[in-house]
Design a protein around this ligand. Structure first.
Ligand code: ADP
Length: 355
């Protein structure tokens, strides 16, 4: 494969794309660009329009407005075949009566490759996903993870510039899922493909993506590198959807506290649980644990393995979560203990709005 050609190809552009079903607008004026070779995830709750967006990119649904282009060609109304994109879905969609080899050869046959050429290419793809010893088996003779690797081989065998994946790991258990995430990522880098990946699993999106678009009601709430979206969410939705978040409304906080930090009515104070520091009540906080004037009482303690999560009541029905690593020397509290609440750095807490 000509790496230079592949590197410069596979740029996707959505411009003001709209999709309606009846009177429901499920994709609402969507604009974004995916760069060649980028791993781009659409992350959002069920019904937010992720699959519809992917289906419009694949050519299985047509937009009611706007334009979708691939490397400056308008593909909005092309057939799926004309677009020539690779695809992997959750249910694998393997042909049950065909061997692994025949499944992987199938896209080449429909593209009129001669049998020998198709066989060589298919074997290359099967090697790539480490299924060489299984080439003669039927899909039902493989594990879930192996079946998913067949689907991957079939998606990349014809060297598409872009591969679309819709919840491809949804049927796998947690450990296998993580292993497959790493494999897909390695394959994407090796082949320098553009991948557009749909998931509702935030950890999966963070682990795999160069950039994540957080979708809600057919719109993108925020787009950015996982760490940027995690550290500096644009609004309450993005903060709450990616990772665990404490989001404390203006009305619930003590007046002197919210004035001191410059909050206004309608604002929320956002802080990740791992940045919250608890100290015994009335203890003078160490300088790194800047005093923020909040105090409360430990209500529950959850043992989550690597993490211990304290839920602290801070009055008015408001709670704050504080996560600590499960280290032998970590400061421990009991249920009912009064605590002072601070955070590691001033910048760890941010003021964010709903919109
Ligand atoms: P997600 O992938 O984020 O779960 P979808 O794109 O599947 O969201 O769906 C977005 C909205 O569009 C949902 O409310 C869904 O019911 C609706 N929808 C999707 N496909 C169709 C269809 N073919 N006909 C009617 N409504 C649809």
């Amino acid at each position: 494969m000509d790496a230079q050609r592949v590197k410069s190809a596979g740029r996707i552009r959505f411009e003001h794309v709209v999709k309606r079903y009846g009177d429901q607008t499920v994709v609402d004026d969507l604009s974004f660009v995916v760069e060649p070779g980028e791993f781009f995830s659409l992350l959002g709750p069920s019904g937010s329009g992720k699959t519809t967006t992917l289906m419009m990119l694949a050519g299985f649904a047509l937009p009611d407005g706007g334009c979708i282009s691939l490397d400056s060609t308008d593909i909005s109304f092309m057939t799926p075949q004309q677009r020539n994109l690779g695809m992997v879905f959750q249910n694998y969609a393997l042909f049950p009566h065909m061997s692994v080899l025949d499944n992987v050869m199938f896209p080449l046959k429909v593209r009129n490759f001669d049998r020998r050429g198709a066989r060589e290419r298919a074997q290359w793809a099967i090697d790539l996903v480490r299924l060489t010893p299984f080439a003669r088996r039927l899909p039902k003779e493989l594990s879930g993870g192996q079946q998913q690797r067949v689907a991957l081989a079939r998606a990349v065998v014809f060297h598409p510039k872009v591969v679309l994946m819709d919840e491809p790991l949804g049927a796998l258990d947690k450990n296998l899922r993580y292993q497959m995430q790493m494999e897909i990522k390695a394959l994407q880098r090796k082949l320098e493909m553009t991948v557009v990946f749909v998931t509702h699993d935030q950890e999966e999106a963070m682990n795999m993506s160069d950039r994540i678009a957080i979708m809600n009601n057919g719109r993108i709430e925020q787009i950015g590198a996982p760490r940027d979206v995690y550290e500096t969410p644009r609004n309450v939705f993005a903060a709450g959807f990616l990772g665990e978040a404490n989001i404390l409304p203006y009305a619930g906080l003590p007046p002197d506290h919210r004035e001191r930090i410059g909050m206004r009515d309608g604002d929320n104070l956002f802080i990740r649980p791992e940045r919250v520091v608890l100290s015994p009540a009335h203890e003078v906080p160490t300088p790194s644990h800047a005093e923020h004037g909040l105090s409360g009482q430990v209500e529950t303690i959850s043992f989550l393995g690597h993490t211990i999560r304290y839920q602290v009541a801070i009055g008015d029905g408001l709670k704050i979560y504080a996560d600590t690593s499960n280290l032998a020397d970590a400061c421990a509290f009991e249920v009912g203990d009064p605590v002072s609440i601070g955070w590691k750095r001033h910048a760890d807490a941010r003021i964010i709005q709903h919109g």
